[in-house]
Design a protein around this ligand. Structure first.
Ligand code: DAS
Length: 355
């Protein structure tokens, strides 16, 4: 092959790999966006694993606890927020989403890691899963023990998350959650335990894969549309419509609906008992809210399984939407984004069947 052609092919290969943020000999460039949480938390004693203070250490201190990172990636770090994630709000999601999109536009960047409190990590992850406009990896991680604790889980979670965000295998799989060696999809994952390091589970589907010695092993793929395949774009948003969640229990009644409407809800997600069941009083109040133009989604408090359209409640007649197998907190995010596009319950039902 003529030398000139060989040189041209080599240059094309180099540009192609740089375009994906990858290169044969260079370490991947990973952007780390820190938001606080227990991974940045501390206590006076190394045996204190509850009752510590979250969000006390800056991103440089958190990164310094993992010297091995220097061998696996070049890192560009930024402290976006410094908060315990129970204080995260949709306004924070919008800021973070715009920052993620901006970081991923840089062709030299392989992926983004977001360090985050675990309490609402699944919500931020799902919001980004529906709005980020790139196929590059976005990986959220955190920890269940503070950085000062014996056997703190943050350092290895951070190491695995950075390794994952620098791989080609993690591309095109939507937003990922990396905790306790497990690679989980943002859509299907929830925090299931108050203290355990394996708290993040995907009850209906399990993890997508695992990290082993810094390399991902994938065994399944997300089945629903995400990132580039959604109709939602965070850069076009300045606020999200208010959506409230009602919790169903023996004796729950219409007063919850009244409170949600008084708070200005444009959408209501009901975390019903069983298959999204509604007590008669709540059902009637939600039907009145629907008649006033409020969107109503039936989800379930069970934590797994599917709420099926017209399964036990006549969604067609009432104009309600069934949440499929989204948890109430995930259904709230999809409904809020859906309301930025339409107020048609049948179109929104198609979104719940798609995302
Ligand atoms: N303080 C909680 C939070 O920030 C717990 C944690 O981070 O794990 O979400």
């Amino acid at each position: 092959m003529p030398t000139a052609l060989r040189l041209l092919l080599a240059l094309l290969l180099l540009f192609a790999m740089l375009g994906t943020g990858l290169s044969a000999d260079k370490k991947p460039l990973v952007v780390v966006l820190a938001t606080g949480g227990t991974i940045a938390g501390g206590a006076d004693s190394d045996t204190t694993t509850i009752g510590y203070k979250a969000a006390v250490f800056g991103v440089d201190r958190v990164l310094a606890s993992v010297p091995a990172l220097a061998k696996v990636a070049d890192i560009r770090a930024e402290q976006v927020f410094q908060l315990a994630s129970e204080n995260m709000t949709p306004a924070h999601w919008l800021i973070l989403g715009k920052r993620v999109n901006q970081a991923l536009k840089d062709p030299a960047v392989s992926g983004v890691v977001i360090t985050h409190g675990t309490d609402t990590l699944e919500e931020t992850a799902y919001f980004l899963h529906l709005t980020v406009k790139s196929d590059k990896p976005v990986v959220l991680t955190g920890s269940m023990r503070p950085a000062t604790a014996i056997s703190a889980d943050g350092p290895l979670n951070l190491y695995n998350a950075v390794c994952l965000a620098g791989t080609a295998e993690a591309r095109g799989k939507g937003v990922l959650i990396l905790m306790n060696d497990a690679i989980l999809s943002a859509r299907d994952t929830t925090k299931t335990n108050t203290f355990a390091t394996d708290t993040f589970r995907a009850p209906d589907s399990g993890p997508l894969g695992f990290m082993q010695l810094g390399r991902p092993l994938f065994y399944r793929l997300p089945a629903r549309a995400h990132t580039l395949a959604t109709e939602f774009a965070v850069d076009a948003l300045t606020a999200l419509p208010q959506v409230e969640i009602l919790y169903g229990y023996a004796g729950s009644n219409a007063s919850q609906v009244t409170s949600a409407l008084a708070a200005g809800a444009k959408g209501i997600v009901n975390a019903g008992t069983g298959n999204g069941s509604l007590p008669d009083g709540t059902k009637a109040a939600l039907a009145q809210a629907r008649a006033r133009g409020v969107l109503v989604v039936r989800s379930s408090r069970t934590g797994s399984g599917v709420v099926t359209r017209n399964g036990g409640v006549d969604d067609d007649a009432l104009g309600f939407v069934a949440a499929d197998n989204l948890t109430p907190q995930k259904a709230r995010i999809l409904l809020a984004l859906a309301l930025t596009v339409t107020s048609d319950p049948l179109r929104i039902q198609r979104m719940f069947d798609t995302y």
